[in-house]
Design a protein around this ligand. Structure first.
Ligand code: TDO
Length: 182
């Protein structure tokens, strides 16, 4: 496993070592010791999630104001543009975002720490998205930021039309009115 830094110091790309042979491939998709060594984060993951989305779907930007979830995310079929927004008010990168292409072929993962909003846009015909979280889903504490809020100015690689959003995500809050963690 290798680590690649992003423009936000705490958000990291993890590149697993992939052993290919005539049968296919093998990789360790999670190894606690290596994860801690590469990210400096000593945490426990308590929930695994799997979603499937069709092309042009955008999910997000989601976060929990209590029970903040760190997320280790990856794509096992297809390709997405994955975005993390720093919502930690004490952070020097508060309000900044980073976007990374994640695709099944290269097996890259993204570590999104607790305190960030997270979302993704599906570029391929469909995408299977898998992630581990450091705290449980807590719908009463879940909040949604508006994906296209001008205050965030996220450069989504859209496909020439408006993305497809859940009813909840269409009503995301503007950054200037959002509730934060600290
Ligand atoms: C996220 C989640 C949803 N659900 C249920 C609630 C709802 O009926 C259904 C679909 O939920 P949502 O529409 O919120 O699913 P989705 O829009 O995929 O939500 C996810 O989006 C990405 C971007 C994230 O970062 C995740 O943390 C999560 O918020 O699944 C759970 O039971 N457990 C969970 O952990």
């Amino acid at each position: 496993m290798q680590v690649i830094e992003t423009t936000l110091p705490d958000v990291k790309i993890l590149k697993p070592r992939v052993f290919g042979d005539e049968r296919g491939f093998f990789m360790e998709s999670f190894n606690k010791k290596q994860f801690e060594a590469l990210t400096g984060v000593d945490t426990e993951f308590v929930q695994d999630n799997h979603s499937r989305s069709t092309q042009n779907v955008l999910r997000g930007l989601h976060y929990q104001i209590k029970h903040a979830q760190g997320k280790l995310v990856r794509v096992i079929a297809g390709e997405v543009y994955d975005v993390a927004v720093d919502l930690r008010q004490s952070s020097s990168t508060f309000g900044q975002w980073v976007g990374v292409h994640l695709k099944a072929e290269n097996h890259d993962m993204l570590w999104v720490p607790p305190g960030f909003a997270h979302g993704f846009f599906v570029l391929s015909e469909s995408a299977d998205f898998l992630y581990k979280t450091t705290d449980y889903y807590a719908p009463e504490h879940e909040r949604c930021l508006l994906w296209n809020d001008p205050a965030l100015d996220i450069d989504w690689p859209l496909l020439g039309q408006l993305p497809s959003l859940s009813a909840k995500d269409q009503q995301g809050a503007h950054f200037n009115e959002a509730e934060f963690y600290d």
